[in-house]
Design a protein around this ligand. Structure first.
Ligand code: ATP
Length: 235
C-alpha cells in the first residue's frame, strides 16, 4: 500500500521553551486506521496541529499525498479533514449550511450529491435543516465529522473523539469510523486508552513525552503485551 502521510524528524519547541515533539518519524498507509495512543501532554494534538498547518514546526518534514506542507500547503491541506477535540460550531447555522460552507472554503465546486452522501452516512440527512443548537451532543460530533468530510479529504484526523462521551455515543462513534474505513478514508485518531486503540485501529503508535515509542500492528502489539514481552508505562 502507498503511504499517504510521511512525517520525518518532526520537532516542536514552543515559544515557552517547552519541547513537545522530539524528532518524530511516522508513515501512514492509505486506507488504514492508526491510533495515536498517549497520555496527557504526550504531543498528540501538537502533531496533528502541525500536519494541519495550525502550528509551525521547529524542524522536520511532513508530506501529505506527496505534497510538502510548507511548500505546497494548500494542496496538502485539501487532502486532510480535521475533527478537533472541541465542538466549535455556529449554533444558529443549519447542518446543511455548515457542510456547504466548509466545502466552499477548500475551493471545491458545489456538489450537493456528495454532501447528501456524507450526511446520510452519518445519519444526519434528516437533520439537514436543523440548527446546530437544536442537536444533541452526539449529533454535534457527527456534524463536526460531516464538516471535516465535506471537501472529500483522503485522510481524517479525529482528536480524542470519545473524550467525555458516554458508552453509547462511543459505540456510535466507532460505527462511524468503521463506515469511513469501508469508504477508503485513512483515519488517525488520538486516544488515552489502549482498549480503544485495540478495538478500532489496524496499527497503534505509542507516543509519550513527544517521542514515538513504538508503532506496531495491533495484533502483534497485543500479542507482545500478552506475553509480557512489552510493558507500556503511559501514566
Ligand atoms: P492531551 O491528551 O491532554 O490533549 P496531547 O498529547 O494532545 O495531550 P499536546 O496538547 O500536544 O499533548 O501538548 C504537548 C505538550 O506541549 C504539553 O506539555 C503541553 O503543555 C505543551 N503545549 C501545548 N501547546 C502549547 C503552547 N501553545 N505553548 C507551550 N506549550 C504547549
Amino acid at each position: 500500500m502507498a503511504s499517504i502521510l510521511e512525517i520525518k524528524g518532526l520537532e516542536k519547541r514552543y515559544a515557552s521553551g517547552h519541547v513537545a515533539l522530539h524528532g518524530v518519524d511516522l508513515s501512514i498507509e492509505e486506507g488504514e486506521i492508526l491510533a495515536l495512543l498517549g497520555p496527557n501532554g504526550a504531543g498528540k494534538t501538537t502533531l496533528i496541529s502541525i500536519v494541519c498547518g495550525l502550528v509551525m514546526p521547529s524542524a522536520g518534514q511532513v508530506s501529505v499525498g506527496g505534497f510538502d506542507i510548507r511548500r505546497e500547503y494548500r494542496r496538502a491541506r485539501a487532502l486532510i479533514g480535521l475533527v478537533p477535540q472541541e465542538i466549535a460550531l455556529e449554533p444558529f447555522e443549519t447542518v446543511w449550511n455548515v457542510v456547504r460552507f466548509s466545502r466552499g472554503l477548500f475551493g471545491k465546486g458545489r456538489d450537493d450529491a456528495h454532501l447528501e452522501d456524507v450526511l446520510r452516512s452519518l445519519s444526519l440527512w434528516d437533520k439537514r435543516d436543523a440548527q446546530v443548537r437544536e442537536l444533541s451532543g452526539g449529533m454535534k460530533r457527527r456534524v463536526l465529522i460531516a464538516k471535516a468530510l465535506a471537501h472529500e479529504p483522503r485522510i481524517l484526523f479525529l482528536d480524542e473523539p470519545t473524550a467525555g462521551v458516554d458508552v453509547e455515543l462511543r459505540r456510535s462513534m466507532w460505527e462511524v469510523v468503521e463506515g469511513l474505513r469501508a469508504r477508503g478514508v485513512t483515519i488517525i485518531l488520538t486516544t488515552h486508552y489502549i482498549e480503544e486503540a485495540e478495538e478500532i485501529a489496524d496499527r497503534i503508535a505509542v507516543i509519550a513525552k513527544g517521542e514515538i515509542l513504538l508503532v506496531e500492528d495491533k495484533a502483534r502489539l497485543m500479542d507482545r503485551m500478552g506475553q509480557k514481552e512489552l510493558r507500556i508505562e503511559l501514566h
